[in-house]
Every structure is written in C-alpha cells, then in structure tokens.
Ligand binder design. Structure first.
Ligand code: PLP
Length: 225
C-alpha cells in the first residue's frame, strides 16, 4: 500500500505542476468503503487519518471500531433522511448533501448533538439518470435556504463525473462544477470554496479544473471485490 500511496502522491504532484498549482492545495481523501478494517489499519499506519465512506452504517461501524484512534470519517454517499442521526454523530464532514429534506433532518440532529458539520453540496453534472445530486440550476436557491440552518457549514461543492472513457465529457463535468462554485462566490456565498471532484481514474483531469479535494479508493486500496 505504501507504493500505491507514493504513486498517487506523484500523480497529484505531476498534475499540479502541469496546472501551475501547488500540491498543498489538493487534499487527498482515501475512500475506504468496502475494504476490511485490517486494510484501513494499514493505511492508518502509513499516516492517513481521514477516510471516506458511502453508507451511514459503515461510517458508524468504522467510528466504533477505531474509536481509540484520532481519525475522521467523511460521508461521501447518498444518504437517506433517516440516517441523519448517524451522520450527525459520526461524520466529520458530509460531501453528499443533495436536498433540503436531508439538510433539515441534519439540522435537527446536529442541534441535539450540539455540533456543526462542514458540508459540500453534491451537484449533478453527469449526463446519466442514475447519479444523485442537486440540479445545477437550483444551487443558488439551495444555498440561500441553507443560510437558515445554522449547524451546516457549506464549504464547497462535490460532483461525480459521467462514467465514460470520453475525457472531454469527464472534464466538462469538472469544469461545470468549477463554474458553479465561481457563481456561488460571486453571489456572496463566500464560504463555498472547495471542489471535491476526481476519483482514482480521473483525478488528474479534476486537478486541472481546480479540484481541492480528490476522493481515491481503488488506486490506494486495490480493486474492490
Ligand atoms: C467509491 C467512491 C469514490 C472512489 O472511487 P475509486 O474509483 O475507487 O477511486 C469516490 N467518490 C465516491 C462518491 C465514491 O462512492
């Protein structure tokens, strides 16, 4: 795993160099979903301390299994409203906030927990029906609604690109997210700075389009079974 991590770091550095960016601007989120606790412990032993999970139940299992270590668990998957309680308790960050009903459930739970939660708004940029995410044209009104929910701290936008080998289409998704972020900033939502985009197969393109957070699973942990 050490050599895999090293090669990811080299890919990040190279992509940043080509984009004229500093590698310190890009935060790697290792995605541990589906991998065993033992594999995650190997990653921890390499110095990694934040991990992405895509199911609330798994987030909770990891939290409980590793609770004697100082780690952060990031929710990156579609969340049912009835999972707001687990997210409010166990997530250090939510990257997949995609609708008001979820935001309102989280607000209620976070108020009880007396916590604040950094959130990325997941926007649908892909051309497929299956992908979750807020329709792009609703972003500014959604951000306005979030202003009433004081436990949620919008820090950025997240997207998943269309699943295709067509690099032009993948890059279009990332560029669209950057443009939406710029529009949000221009409209005065000045905390919406970060761009979570790019995975194992396409993070160089995402970095070229301004990604600040890349979510990498298989390139670090190996293929999922
Ligand atoms: C699984 C997953 C990833 C990581 O995918 P890899 O191709 O394994 O790097 C990133 N983001 C989300 C939302 C995921 O569900």
């Amino acid at each position: 795993m050490q050599s895999r991590l090293h090669s990811i770091e080299q890919r990040i550095e190279q992509a940043c160099r080509q984009a004229g960016r500093s590698a310190s601007e890009v935060r790697l989120l290792p995605v541990s979903k589906t991998f065993s606790h033992e594999r995650v412990q190997q990653a921890i032993d390499l110095g990694l301390t934040r991990f992405g999970e895509n199911r609330a139940q798994d987030l909770r299992d990891r939290f409980e299994h590793f609770q004697d270590q100082d780690l952060q668990w990031v929710m990156i998957g579609h969340a049912q409203t009835n999972k707001a309680k687990d997210i409010a308790r166990y997530a250090s960050e939510l990257q997949s906030l995609d609708r008001l009903a979820l935001a309102e459930s989280l607000q209620a739970r976070l108020t009880l927990e007396q916590r604040q939660l950094p959130v990325f708004i997941q926007v649908k940029t892909a051309q497929e029906d299956s992908k979750f995410g807020l329709p792009p044209e609703q972003l500014l009104s959604f951000l306005t609604q979030l202003k009433n929910l004081d436990t949620l701290q919008p820090v950025g936008l997240m997207t998943m690109a269309t699943q295709t080998d067509d690099q032009t289409e993948v890059r279009r998704c990332f560029a669209q997210l950057r443009q939406l972020r710029d529009q949000a900033l221009e409209a005065g939502f000045d905390t919406v700075q970060r761009l979570s985009m790019g995975m194992s197969g396409d993070f160089e393109l995402a970095i070229a389009e301004g990604a600040t957070d890349i979510r990498v699973g298989s390139a670090l942990f190996g293929e999922r079974g």
